[in-house]
Design a protein around this ligand. Sequence first.
Ligand SMILES: [Zn+2]
Length: 95
Amino acid sequence: MTNRTLILSAITAIVLCAGWVAATAVNRPQPLRSQHSEAAATPPQEMVAVTAEGKLYHRPDCRYIHGPSRMESGEQAVADGYTPCTRCMKDARNR
Ligand SMILES: [Zn+2]
């Protein structure tokens, strides 16, 4: 191996490493909690109710919320991997 190919392969290795670090450092969104539901196209602007065990986010007055819920912004709920409740969030998706 000549000096030149050695330097070239060293540079290639450094570039590959830098690319890998950059790719893994990016803050990726959480995987969806429910594989059966689609992610919201646009996060709701209002505050939504989520539960620790649940996979969906709801309007605060939804009767399909099970267990204690907490309020968070729609944007945060989507970022946490929650998907819209099909009962109470249906009309919100088409707004
Ligand atoms: Zn709901």
